[in-house]
Design a protein around this ligand. Structure first.
Ligand code: SF4
Length: 261
């Protein structure tokens, strides 16, 4: 029976973001996934990304009948709703709700200018739950979009980012690895994986990054996932402080008080 991602989240599970959080900072993983601590701040990027993402899903589902005007209208509603439910929302310097709204409109205009209906849409927001050898809980996730072009199938993921990605980022991205693993477990074949990255620059751009994963890389992922689970079960939670990790961490104040207890 097909289930949506929210119902899959109700049972114990792993997700690529849980693995990624543990690798970034085991203490942050502890606050988010074990203690389920209240977030001290939610950056505006989060509700912005969710609203942007929801509009692209609508476009993929409804096809060309969903116009740019529909998209802007939907974004205004989704973005307002997302900001209203975000805990302790903070804006970046010089940003306001209205400036972010306008940025979303500009980025959606770029999305619509570049949208291609040449591919066959196989699935939109397709959730998955798979077993990974060595893990006691299933790995769950959601493919934003699956398209086919002749015999080739591509799993696509939409991202918003402050700038273009470095050329090799997609080839090392854990989400692409986890999702290719899941796709192969379900369909028996490896897909192409494509990130559609929309930049929030003054003149927004769309950059597409294709990547694939070899069987060795998928095996390595399963091994890594098992190691992370065993580390978490053993209670290995410690801070991994760095400007990059801590600058926007939603648990910064709580973390400062940690003394090993
Ligand atoms: S403040 Fe830094 S070290 Fe502490 S939990 Fe957050 S990311 Fe980890």
């Amino acid at each position: 029976m097909e289930r949506n991602i929210e119902s899959l989240k109700e049972r114990p599970h792993w997700s690529y973001s849980a693995f990624s959080t543990y690798l970034q900072c085991p203490m942050k993983y502890y606050f988010r996934y074990i203690a389920q601590a209240e977030v001290e701040r939610t950056g505006i990027c989060l509700p912005f990304g969710r609203a942007f993402h929801a509009v692209l899903s609508e476009r993929a589902l409804k096809g060309p009948s969903f116009t740019r005007e529909d998209a802007l209208e939907n974004f205004a509603v989704f973005f307002k709703g997302e900001t209203e439910v975000s805990e302790n929302l903070i804006y970046k310097q010089d940003e306001t709700f209205d400036s972010c709204l306008q940025k979303g409109f500009d980025m959606l205009s770029v999305a619509f200018e570049n949208w291609s209906d040449d591919y066959t849409v196989k699935a939109v927001a397709e959730s998955f739950s798979i077993e990974v050898p060595g893990l006691s809980r299933p790995l769950i996730g959601e493919f934003d979009l699956v398209v086919a072009d002749g015999g080739d199938e591509a799993v696509c993921d939409w991202k918003t980012a402050s700038s273009k990605w470095p050329a090799s980022k997609a080839d090392h991205d854990l989400q692409a690895t986890a999702f290719c693993y899941a796709y192969k477990a379900i369909h028996g074949r490896s897909p192409l994986f494509r990130f559609d990255v929309y930049t929030k620059a003054k003149q927004p751009t769309l950059n597409q990054y294709y990547t694939v994963r070899t069987q060795d890389e998928l095996d390595r992922f399963a091994y890594l996932a098992g190691k992370i689970e065993r580390s978490a079960e053993a209670g290995l939670f410690y801070p991994n402080e760095s400007c990059m990790n801590c600058a926007e961490c939603p648990y910064r104040e709580r973390c400062k008080k940690w003394k090993g207890d």
